[in-house]
Design a protein around this ligand. Structure first.
Ligand code: SF4
Length: 490
């Protein structure tokens, strides 16, 4: 379950949040707080690896940060350097062995890795490594990076990391930790966010979003630039740009849904961007109505912007239960739309007799929107008009976001009129692709919006090629596990 919201945007799941702390006493405790702030980026598992200068100390577990760590564990994670990771994964892949940071021993010593993103050439790299004799313990892209580093010939971790990163194509915001150094890097396209902060008393922090810096009281310094490698060693930070520059393609969905509204991402405050999207949505698709109601929580800033632009009252006509657990015991006598009702309730006194404009950030499968519309009508609303603060979501993501298949994305299967009918709204409108960039000084370049436009900035193989690659990988895994089970493997 994605605890951030119940809107249909929940069908898109950010895969991870990363944090790294360098040069601070109690580095693991600060990394823990950073992960706490980044909990919305992944709730399936968390881990921290610290270095006391001699060895790496590691703790990982399944569940929320607060469940995985306690005071005793944090005290054990000694040292002035630590990296952490929050993981989201699909249910079937929620395995401890897929939880990061990964820790390995190799020829230069110990190495830990926290990674957010996906590599589009993962299958070729895996196949090549398997042919060379590599054995994989997880199905996570990050393990490929580890093999590439371990197999490189350079005498330093920095040089090996750069060589390995030069081989991967796609999205990464990644942090490496050895006994005495930390390396943070962002891919040349800059798909996934990463920021740099400094502690007033000395020391550095890198994290997926600025909300992590705020909690540990670090000052925001700047974005880690696309293609930049930051090397923290001997008490100093060095910036390198070893890769050929390329056009930047920051993930626009970070603004639409993933990032926390109090974060600054890609140099802009997320709350302000979402409000601007809401204002633009009102300019494009205003309708006669009485109130503007957000689908909480992620729809709130866009609804505020819509209300501001339309001069209609903003009302919390839907209230979200913030204390929903991970599983529910549903009565055998089924309650209609149980899943949504557990998380959201309609305020009858607010919506009854009103013409309601409901603001959400996306429609993925359509079923959640359908239930929300029914819920508001059930509360006595005279009309329900759905407005989406992003264009239709019609394509899956290959750059680090877990998405339904193209066939499962309802906007692929229905035109606007059919979808309006399906969700049961009186009217339905999306923000235009041009309108999505209304907040920018210069529209267009600089962002990836492939899940809306289908314009993938890094080539993605056809579905058939991907299926063949997946099949090949599954066969590899099967052969590898038989090999191990027979006792002849390493
Ligand atoms: S495809 Fe969508 S979710 Fe993936 S990186 Fe691009 S904008 Fe973000």
């Amino acid at each position: 379950m994605h605890t951030k919201g119940v809107s249909d945007g929940g069908g898109f799941h950010e895969e991870c949040g990363v944090v790294g702390v360098y040069g601070r006493p109690e580095a693991a405790n600060l990394a823990y707080l950073g992960l706490y702030a980044l909990q919305h980026r992944g709730q399936e598992g968390a881990g921290i690896v610290s270095s006391d200068g001699d060895a790496l100390i590691n703790h990982r577990g399944l569940g929320l940060v607060a469940d995985v760590f306690d005071g005793e564990i944090i005290r054990r994670l000694d040292g002035e350097m630590a990296i952490g990771h929050n993981r989201y994964s699909t249910a079937g892949a929620t395995l401890l062995r897929n939880t990061q940071p990964f820790v390995v021993e190799y020829s230069l010593g110990s190495l830990a890795v926290s990674h957010n993103g996906n590599f589009v050439n993962i299958h070729e790299l895996r196949s090549r490594l398997v042919k060379r004799g590599a054995i994989f313990q997880s199905n996570v892209d990050t393990e490929v990076l580890i093999h590439l580093i371990a197999g490189a010939q350079h005498p330093t971790l920095l040089a090996r990391s750069i060589e390995a990163l030069a081989e991967v194509e796609g999205a990464y915001s990644v942090i490496f930790l050895s006994e005495n150094e930390m390396i943070a890097a962002r891919d040349p396209h800059g798909f996934r966010p990463m920021v740099l902060g400094a502690f007033p008393a000395g020391g550095w922090v890198v994290a997926s979003e600025t909300c992590a810096l705020d909690l540990v009281e670090a000052d925001y310094v700047r974005e880690v630039e696309p293609g930049e490698v930051l090397h923290f060693i001997d008490g100093e930070m060095h910036s390198l740009r070893p890769f050929s520059p390329t056009a930047h393609h920051a993930c626009i969905f970070e603004y639409v849904y993933f990032s926390r509204p109090d974060s600054s991402v890609f140099g802009r405050n997320v709350y302000e961007v979402r409000k601007a999207m809401g204002r633009q949505l009102a300019r494009e698709s205003m309708v006669d109505a009485d109130i503007v109601v957000p689908v909480p929580d992620s729809g709130v800033p866009a609804a505020l912007g819509f209300a501001e632009q339309s001069k209609l009252p903003f009302e919390m006509g839907l209230i979200r239960n913030h204390y929903v657990g991970r599983t529910f015991i549903e009565p055998t006598e089924s309650i209609r739309h149980f899943g949504v009702k557990v998380k959201l309730n309609v305020q009858r006194d607010v919506v009854a007799g009103k013409r309601v404009i409901v603001i959400d950030d996306s429609i993925v499968r359509g079923t959640t929107s359908q239930k929300i519309v029914r819920m508001i009508r059930g509360g006595g609303a005279a009309e329900v008009h759905v407005r989406i603060s992003a264009p239709p979501t019609v394509n899956p993501c290959y750059y680090g976001v877990d998405t339904p298949t193209k066939g499962e994305l309802v906007a692929n299967n229905m035109d606007l009129a059919e979808l309006r009918e399906y969700i049961g709204a009186d009217s339905l409108a999306y923000l235009s692709r041009e309108g999505l960039y209304a907040f920018l000084d210069k529209p267009g370049p600089g962002f990836c919006d492939a899940c809306f436009s289908g314009e993938y900035p890094v080539a993605v193989r056809s579905d058939q090629e991907q299926r063949q690659m997946k099949l090949f990988s599954a066969l590899e895994r099967a052969v590898t596990s038989r090999f191990r089970a027979s006792g002849t493997g390493g």
